[in-house]
Design a protein around this ligand. Structure first.
Ligand SMILES: O=C(O)CCC(=O)C(=O)O
Ligand SMILES: [Fe+2]
Length: 428
């Protein structure tokens, strides 16, 4: 078909290699065949019930996000009519000749909004037999200027699908104990997109993916597919095939949501297998980031003093002439997926309750700490103005109190993204 990308021509070499392969049956078994399952199904008409009666449904949503990373929803409030219009516009767009899709700004958008295949693939296993349009929702007005019906349909669809994304995200956030209005407050339209994929019939369907195995890098994806099917995902360590349900929308957790929830909700690897005879269409809408929300969610590092030694107070040495103190500070990043950039760490020591006269200061240079890592900083410090004789007598009769303040600023690194700086002050 003149609308199909030139898969065969471009990847002739890859295909020839494959034809020579002897174990194609085995390859097919291993990579393409999977037992069919139904995703957990949630009836969203529950959201019109009383708060109390909604609870079990909300728990089911959270359980599915934890155990499957994927679920489907019915009675989601989006009319069948708008899906049909979207499908119709999508088909019209993909039916354009390939040279136009690849060379002309069909949607009045930058050229890279259209993609096909996997240009970097050097084996068939890395190749995706599909084409796609990726549309940031901020660009809808540009599409409307050019193609009004398509632009308005996308706009209408995006509005309702994002309301749904908002509801689902709020339920999942609440389940983790967060305020439900975070989404509305922090979801920027600039971070939402619509994606349309077409999987043309594939003559080597048992040897090539429609879409390579991947996880979604966004926050949450909502997917509408036709009845053809082909989506597979990993469940309990094995690939399973998702039974298509044309009434339902599929929702899946992306990498950002997994990171934000410290791994509670799962971003699951999935792929699409092709079909020898029929083409398949899907469209997805996703939220790529909730900027502020993400930054608020990271847990601060914990600081502890692992070792504090004051030679002047060593009774056996009995010498108050050595006025140094020795310290081992431990900084612990308990976040499962977030690294931490520390600014310079400033430590100030005091004797007793008196915070007006520091007895020692030190500074540790800025550094980066990976997720689930701890870091030690050890230092020998000179002190000033400590009445050592009195302190020694105090220790002999009980205890002496030293205090330390730690001041720094931290930024969290979530995937490739850095949050803004947070001041961190620890007093003891
Ligand atoms: O076609 C599908 O069912 C899945 C599409 C997908 O995973 C994606 O676009 O990221
Ligand atoms: Fe995906």
């Amino acid at each position: 078909m003149e609308s199909d990308p030139p898969f065969q021509e471009t990847f002739k070499t890859l295909l020839v290699d494959l034809m020579k392969e002897e174990n194609t049956e085995k390859v097919h078994e291993k990579f393409f065949v999977a037992e069919e399952y139904e995703l957990p199904l949630i009836d969203l008409s529950c959201l019109s019930l009383s708060e109390f009666d909604q609870e079990p449904y909300k728990r089911d949503i959270a359980d599915a996000a934890k155990k499957w990373g994927f679920f489907q929803v019915v009675n989601h409030g989006i009319s069948q009519e708008i899906f049909e219009r979207m499908q119709c516009e999508q088909a019209k767009l993909f039916r354009q000749p390939f040279y136009r899709k690849a060379n002309e700004k069909l949607l009045n958008l930058p050229m890279d909004c259209y993609s096909w295949g996997t240009p970097t693939a050097n084996s068939l296993m890395q190749f995706s037999w599909s084409e796609a349009f990726h549309i940031p929702l901020t660009h809808i007005s540009r599409i409307k200027e050019f193609n009004c019906t398509l632009g308005s349909t996308i706009e209408e669809f995006a509005k309702v699908v994002l309301e749904l994304a908002q509801k689902i995200t709020e339920i999942l956030a609440e389940n983790l104990g967060y305020k439900s209005t975070f989404f509305v407050e922090n979801c920027l339209p600039s971070s939402c997109y619509l994606r349309m994929n077409r999987y043309p019939p594939c003559p080597v369907s048992s040897k090539v993916f429609g879409l390579m195995p991947h996880t979604d890098s966004d926050f949450l994806t909502i997917l509408y597919q036709d009845q053809v099917g082909g989506l597979q995902l990993v469940k309990d360590g094995k690939w399973i095939s998702v039974k298509p349900n044309p009434e339902a929308l599929i929702i899946n957790i992306g990498d950002l949501f997994q990171a934000w929830s410290n791994g509670t909700y799962k971003s699951i690897e999935h792929r699409v297998v092709t079909n020898g005879e029929v083409e398949r269409f899907i469209f997805t809408s996703g939220v790529t980031a909730l900027v502020l929300w993400l930054s608020l969610r990271a847990s601060n590092p914990t600081c502890s003093i692992q070792y504090f030694y004051v030679p002047a107070l060593n009774k056996t040495a009995n010498s108050t002439t050595n006025t140094t103190i020795y310290l081992d500070l431990k900084l612990d990043n308990k976040n499962k997926f977030k690294g931490i950039y520390y600014d310079v760490l400033n430590l100030t020591f005091y004797y007793g309750q008196n915070r007006s006269l520091p007895i020692a200061n030190t500074m540790f240079p800025a550094f980066y700490q990976g997720h689930k890592k701890n870091t030690h900083r050890k230092e020998l410090l000179n002190t000033n103005g400590v009445p050592w004789e009195a302190v020694f007598r105090k220790v002999s009769n009980g205890k002496a109190v030293f205090r330390v303040d730690l001041a720094t600023a931290v930024r969290f690194k979530i995937m490739a993204w850095k949050t803004k700086k947070h001041k961190l002050m620890v007093r003891d």
